[in-house]
Design a protein around this ligand. Structure first.
Ligand code: R1P
Ligand code: URA
Length: 256
């Protein structure tokens, strides 16, 4: 009898030896990602964690959503690792903060500013939230081959969507003192964008010797607008989905 992990509802035999996982935030993205591979089948769905298994050149790949933010991401990654996964590719949406990054562009993160809490449960703050070089290379190559305008750099990865990303379009317009002026500071330091999972993902993977990468489609540029255009957002997301699947294929064949 195989042990089922605590939250994902998966056991080792269900993963058929998969060592690579594609991990989007949004559960609805999972079937779309798996659908770009062959033999996609749903494995489980619990809370924010929806999982599919699919095949790239006959090699199994697990696709599992993390939900939003570090705590749920840490659970998904930990439980997938318990089942034998050692390479994790996050595919997300993101808000750019540099004026030269356009909606529809793609960002591959090299390292993340740790504006989360969960990463500190794996390593002290002095430890970098850094992506794995093989994963970065595979994602950058895939993105460029697809013809996407590709940016490579540092991401601010925040526990919160509103105050941590210094958003004032909220119910009471208040941002905690710690974050007032933070967007400007990240811009001055060359940070490209905000999202909410990569700091936890990179820190826990680097601390454990697992490989992790993150690719994100730019759905807003915070220097221009706060609310995304629905149509552009869908296109951007599907471009990033195609990129992560191509990168997974390259990583599995180690042909990058
Ligand atoms: O599109 P996903 O993967 O969910 O990523 C981004 O979108 C969510 C916020 O809207 C956060 O999870 C953020 O990281
Ligand atoms: O601005 C954005 C857009 C998507 N996801 C984020 O976390 N921030």
């Amino acid at each position: 009898m195989q042990n089922t992990v605590f939250h994902l509802g998966l056991n080792r035999s269900m993963l058929e030896g998969a060592t690579l996982a594609i991990v989007p935030g949004d559960p609805e993205r999972v079937s779309r990602i798996a659908g770009l591979m062959s033999g996609a089948k749903k494995l489980a769905s619990h809370r924010e964690f929806t999982s599919y298994l699919a095949y790239l050149d006959d090699r199994p790949v697990v696709v599992c959503s993390t939900g939003i933010g570090g705590p749920s991401t840490s659970i998904a990654i930990e439980e997938l690792a318990q089942l034998g996964v050692n390479t994790f590719l996050r595919i997300g949406t993101t808000g750019a903060i540099q004026p030269n990054v356009d909606v529809g562009d793609v960002i591959v993160t090299q390292g993340s500013v740790r504006l989360d809490g969960a990463s500190s449960h794996f390593a002290p703050m002095e430890f970098p939230a850094v992506a794995n070089f093989d994963c970065v290379t595979a994602l950058v190559n895939a993105s460029r081959e697809m013809g996407s305008k590709t940016h490579i750099g540092i991401t601010a990865s925040s526990d919160t969507f509103y105050p941590g990303q210094e958003r004032y379009d909220t119910a009471n317009g208040h941002v905690a003192a710690r974050f007032v002026g933070s967007l400007k500071e990240w811009q001055a330091l060359g940070v490209l964008n905000y999202e909410m999972e990569s700091a936890t993902l990179f820190t826990m993977c680097a601390a454990n010797g697992w490989r992790a990468g993150c690719v994100a489609g730019v759905i807003v540029n915070r220097t221009q607008q706060e609310i995304p255009n629905e149509e552009l957002m869908k296109q951007t997301e599907s471009d990033a989905v195609a990129i992560v699947v191509a990168a997974a294929r390259n990583l599995l064949s180690e042909s990058f």
